[in-house]
Design a protein around this ligand. Structure first.
Ligand code: GLC
Length: 554
């Protein structure tokens, strides 16, 4: 298929619902592909788009509705592709635009929608615009597309304000001519000035470029960051959180919503129910509702829920609050437990404190208990997949993959590790190339056995070939749970809590009873119901639900 025919296919191959108020994304299960770690087709040790195409049957068999791909655009890869130098081209590392078109058509042919990442907060410093801005000098229109400012101090030797980069160190870097530019992430990721019309127009055009190719939507990177407080005031990092907005003048400013209303109108031109999902780390959680108002985005990841951990009452509070917040604006809730930025939940839930939220785990940290973590993670899966709303699954979650928690420092790639001087272990541990075949070098990640990050030996037993068709394996458990969720339309259902003890969650949705045991001892199950899915082979013993397990009953 050539790219021209793909452009012609920008009309959605999916039927639009005309009568039902439901849209596909209300209850969709969306599988996150982190392309560099999913499947390598050419043997360079980095996953690619042809690798995705080759594994689409595997994905379709999971009963998911869509895939979201993290960035595969031209990039120096200083932040694994979240530093984009050309928003309209595929980086040769991942293949070509034609590979993308082939992948998209093949996914659509299997009934899978495709969402791509858009990275609007910053470009790469290698982007033409930034290169031109540096060359053009102070006061130029090229610089006005970014956040250039004079420094403070007698000769401007200090940064314009005290903001810190998310990856550590000051959020400002000085150019050779003395001006400073803002970067909330790495110094190679200069922040764009979203009050500049050039920037607005350029991103309309980028969205249209991918919509014209036929994508079904966008995951919006750092959606809460595009607009900064106009005065760029210092931030009082020590101030108690007052609950009136956000973490500071660089995040979650009210004007950011004008951008998403504008994008909503762009997507609406295309029909076929295209969506946007916000990556917005905001607080208090009520602020998240603003991103999913009817004229903005369709989904926003519920990160507050993700961070609760193994705590029955904390989860119940979080679920109720999230449903109330999204309900108020007529949206549905979007559940997620893992992604490419956080420690995989199998590992988090196996830590001595399963409510902790580490920024990576290293060999010198207390190591997670894998068996316990997996048991809890599978129980959480039965909880999450039974909640009304949409759910995201991070690649490898369906295999029960843990983080690589003993990576050597010299193997680390995350800029967060380097900029923080190693204080943040970083995110490499959750980004390890997937194991497909335990008998091959690199566990079948690619033809040559090379992997851009080393895999832990335990990935062998967890490889797809070791789980496929094996009763009780995590892969077969996910397949069963996702199929049942679809058949019983749990994502469209309603949630009713049953009285439970502090260490038990017990609710029903669409005739399915869900019981999760967070306690230390077994608990009796409700009488007269049939077990349709246990979280693991040992979940029910003599009619009692064991600790760290869950069941679906009807
Ligand atoms: C988002 C991405 C993360 C990236 C950052 C900067 O949080 O998920 O991986 O480092 O944005 O683009």
């Amino acid at each position: 298929m050539n790219s021209q025919s793909a452009v012609l296919s920008s009309e959605s191959p999916f039927l639009e619902s005309t009568e039902s108020p439901r849209s596909w994304w209300n209850d969709a299960v969306i599988y996150q592909i982190y392309p560099r770690s999913f499947a390598d087709s050419n043997g360079d040790g980095v996953g690619d788009l042809a690798g995705v195409t080759a594994r689409l049957d595997y994905l379709a068999k999971l009963s998911i509705d869509a895939i979201w791909l993290s960035p595969f655009y031209v990039s120096p890869q200083a932040d694994a592709g979240y530093d984009v130098a050309d928003y309209r081209q595929v980086d040769p590392l991942f293949g070509t635009l034609e590979d993308f078109d082939v992948m998209l058509a093949a996914a659509h042919a299997r009934g899978l929608r495709v969402i791509v990442d858009v990275v609007p907060n910053h470009t790469s410093s290698a982007h033409d615009w930034f290169v031109a801005a540096l060359a053009a000098g102070a006061g130029s229109s090229a610089r006005a597309r970014y956040m250039f400012r004079d420094g403070t101090g007698e000769s401007g030797e200090n940064p314009p304000n005290n903001w810190q980069s998310i990856f550590g160190g000051p959020a400002w870097t000085r150019t050779t001519d003395g001006e400073w530019y803002l970067h909330m992430f790495d110094s190679s990721q200069p922040d764009l000035n979203w009050r500049n019309p050039d920037v607005l127009d350029e991103f309309d055009s980028i969205l249209r470029f991918w919509l014209d190719r036929g994508v079904d939507g966008f995951r919006v990177d750092v959606a809460h960051g595009l607009i900064k407080h106009e005065d760029l005031p210092d931030h009082d990092f020590g101030a108690p959180f007052e609950g009136t907005g956000n973490f500071g003048p660089m995040w979650d400013q009210d004007d950011v919503h004008d951008i998403y209303q504008r994008w909503n109108r762009v997507l609406a031109e295309y029909g076929g129910e295209r969506i946007m999902v916000a990556e917005a780390w905001v607080s208090p959680p009520e602020r998240l509702g603003r991103y999913v108002r009817a004229d903005e985005m369709q989904q926003a990841f519920n990160f507050e829920f993700m961070t609760v951990g193994w705590d029955a009452m904390g989860l119940r509070r979080s679920i109720d609050a999230a449903r109330a917040i999204t309900g108020e604006v007529g949206a549905t809730t979007t559940w997620v437990m893992s992604n490419h930025d956080v420690v995989r939940h199998v590992s988090r839930l196996g830590l001595p404190d399963p409510t902790s939220w580490p920024k990576g785990i290293s060999a010198s940290d207390p190591q997670p208990d894998y068996t316990l973590g997996l048991s809890r993670a599978r129980a959480m899966t039965l909880l999450v997949l039974a909640l009304p709303g949409s759910a995201y699954v991070f690649e490898g979650e369906e295999l029960g993959l843990p983080d690589h928690t003993t990576l050597r420092e010299e193997d680390r790639m995350d800029p967060g590790f380097y900029r923080s001087g190693g204080l943040d272990v970083g995110r490499d541990g959750c980004r390890i190339p997937l194991p497909w075949d335990s008998s091959e070098p690199g566990f079948g990640f690619g033809p040559a056995g090379a992997t851009w990050l080393p895999q832990p030996p335990s990935f062998g037993e967890l490889a797809v070939d070791r789980q496929d068709g094996v009763e009780g394996s995590t892969l077969e458990f996910y397949r069963a749970a996702l199929l049942l969720r679809r058949e019983r339309t749990l994502g469209f259902g309603d949630l009713n809590w049953h009285v439970s003890r502090p260490s038990v969650l017990h609710f029903s949705n669409s005739g399915v009873r869900v019981v999760v045991n967070f306690g230390h001892g077994p608990i009796p199950l409700p009488h007269g119901l049939d077990l349709i899915l246990p979280s693991g082979p040992g979940a029910v013993v003599a009619g009692e639900l064991q600790p760290n397990h869950a069941v679906w009953l009807v």
